[in-house]
Ligand binder design. Structure first.
Ligand code: ADP
Ligand code: MG
Length: 549
């Protein structure tokens, strides 16, 4: 047996690792399992290049708990390590990574690391002692055991090990004993390892027998090694995408449609994004997208990583260029991540445009569910606005859909004010504004339905973008600019009668919320006895105030 001191450092980094390395101690499992997966992938690569001539066999990682010994063991039949490799990769390099990290992030306790190659040492967050028992794939290699008790000293000795590969044995510390529960580990494997590319076995499959759960002979494989996003879009059917959706969100209703991302230049990015069906805005849940790095789960808190409006989408994004194990603030400021984000936004706009062009009828059918994403995107991202101008739809009170360009062509002859601005009329409540809609239609005007909560913001945005097009609510007081004064029929009531009636109507109107104006005039062919209108300006002011409240 030999002993040694880890790395070249004079500081004892272990207390820091234990306390601060990750805010989430959970992550140790992901690190150790993904190292095991890496080892099997490396062996595969060596075998296919002819460098490894032995029997590859079925590559496999297994996770097991020994409650009595208080250990968790992760075993793989990957490349293994020789004594020299342990000295290099575990004792020196990994630790110099730690030092580099500490220099850089002295003040930022939980910003991190895998980045610097400290993944393996995360095992010490939950362990008093960690053993590596490993046999290299190299011919004539001897098995070695490395052991370390969470201080800079380690031991290294020759041992017997029959099979190629590595066992990482973590002796779980007293305060972390919760990790020795099967259900806890199962939960973490589901979270982090569900789509790793090599089979991960955890215990045996259970079977319900004689009133209780018993183990079968079959290994319990916790992952799907070949998830939809890793395949070619051409190899997948519509059904495969909905199956995958249900795999991700077992309770979810079928989504509107999906976008399969498959980019290899200027960075690698794959993924499937789904537009979920949202019935009302209360149901919007952000952060349903899962972020992966080479099929290893990184995070599902994607705010600040993907553009804001895309956080409402569902699905998976995978990129080896997304740094693993780093804090959210690091991710948000990373240049690569920024590029990825703006690319995703572009891809989403392009795909929407394709769907619009290829099957407009279907696009229109989905519009009412879709518009919240698109409108939100247009409001919050300049580039997305420019891209989606082409397919953003207006719906009129007849239920017909138009692009902005189409709509302008229709109304520009008839609907202009004295300054030649184009006037777009809209209704926010088709039932309540029925009379006004009818009156406008009788004049040959068209009226849009703009009743979503984002429409208000969108209208302001559109007016800023195209100041020569004005948006006027169909029941507002400025509508009379469209209508010649002499067409407005005066009321037949006397002034005294009117003055008596005003308080009667006012007492029935919602107070405090909006400024209503009772006017004894009427529009259009089937003259109404009177109009109740709102000041467009006051109404917008109030709406804005309510939105910002
Ligand atoms: P990284 O995975 O980023 O390289 P880690 O700290 O997780 O950094 O691991 C350090 C190194 O230890 C790995 O690069 C690898 O060479 C070696 N290693 C760790 N686990 C295994 C394993 N199960 N089999 C073979 N080598 C391993
Ligand atoms: Mg690693």
């Amino acid at each position: 047996m030999s002993t040694g001191k880890i790395g070249v450092t004079s500081n004892d980094l272990f207390p820091i690792i234990k306390k601060f390395l990750y805010s989430d101690h959970d992550i140790f499992l992901r690190e150790i399992v993904s190292n095991a997966v890496d080892a099997t992938q490396k062996l595969k690569t060596l075998a296919s290049s002819g460098e490894f001539k032995g029997e590859v066999g079925e590559l496999r990682v297994s996770v097991s708990i020994d409650k009595e010994a208080k250990t968790i063991t992760i075993s793989d039949n990957g490349i293994g390590m020789t004594q020299e490799e342990i000295e290099k990769y575990i004792n020196q390099i990994a630790f110099s990574g730690a030092e580099e990290f500490m220099d850089k992030y002295k003040d930022q306790a939980n910003a991190i690391i895998g980045h610097f190659g400290l993944g393996f040492y995360s095992s010490f967050m939950v362990s008093d002692k960690v053993d590596i028992v490993t046999l290299s794939h190299k011919e004539g290699a001897e098995a070695v055991k490395w052991s370390c008790e969470g201080n800079p000293e380690y031991t290294l000795e020759k041992v017997e090990k029959a099979d190629r590969g590595t066992d990482i044995v973590m002796h779980i510390s007293e305060e972390e004993e919760a990790f020795l529960e099967e259900s806890r580990i199962q939960e973490l494997l589901n979270k982090y390892c569900k789509f790793l590319p090599v089979e991960i076995a955890f215990g045996k499959k259970k079977e319900w027998k004689d009133g209780k759960n018993v183990d079968t002979d079959e290994d319990n494989i916790i992952n799907d090694t070949n998830p939809a996003w890793t395949k070619k879009p051409a190899d997948l059917k519509e059904e495969d995408y909905s199956d995958f959706y249900r795999q991700l969100y077992p309770m979810g209703e079928d989504p509107l449609f999906h976008i399969h991302l498959n980019v290899d230049y200027p960075f690698n990015l794959t993924g499937v994004l789904y537009f979920p069906k949202i019935k009302n805005s209360v149901e919007i849940q952000k952060n349903k997208i899962q972020l992966y790095c080479n099929q290893v789960f990184v995070t599902d808190s994607v705010e600040g990583i993907v553009p804001e409006f895309l956080t409402m989408l569902h699905g998976v994004l995978d990129s080896p260029d997304i740094p693993l194990n780093v804090s959210r603030s690091y991710l948000q400021s990373d240049g690569n991540v920024k590029k990825i984000a703006s690319h995703i936004s572009k891809k989403v706009a392009d795909s929407l445009n394709d769907i619009f062009k290829n099957d407009r009828a279907d696009f229109e059918k989905k519009w009412d569910d879709l518009r919240i994403f698109i409108q939100y995107g247009m409001l919050t991202e300049e580039k997305f606005y420019d891209r989606s101008k082409k397919f953003m739809l207006f719906k009129n009170t007849e239920g017909k859909y138009f692009t902005m360009e189409e709509y302008e062509a229709i109304i520009k002859e008839n609907q202009t004010d004295k300054d030649s601005n184009i006037i777009t009329l809209y209704a926010t409540d088709v039932d309540a504004q029925y009379t006004y809609i009818e009156a406008a239609k009788a004049k040959g005007y068209d009226v849009l339905v703009m009743d979503s909560q984002l429409d208000n913001h969108l209208i302001n945005h559109l007016e800023q973008k195209t100041p020569t097009t004005k948006y006027v609510r169909v029941d507002s007081d400025i509508i009379d600019k469209l209508i010649q004064k002499d067409e407005v029929k005066a009321s037949k009531l006397t002034e005294a009668q009117r003055n008596d009636l005003i308080p009667v109507f006012n007492s029935h109107l919602p107070s405090g919320k909006v400024n209503y104006i009772v006017a004894f005039e009427s529009l259009g062919a089937d003259a109404q006895p009177l109009l109740i209108t709102q000041s467009e300006f006051m109404r917008r002011m109030k709406d804005m105030a309510a939105m910002n409240a």
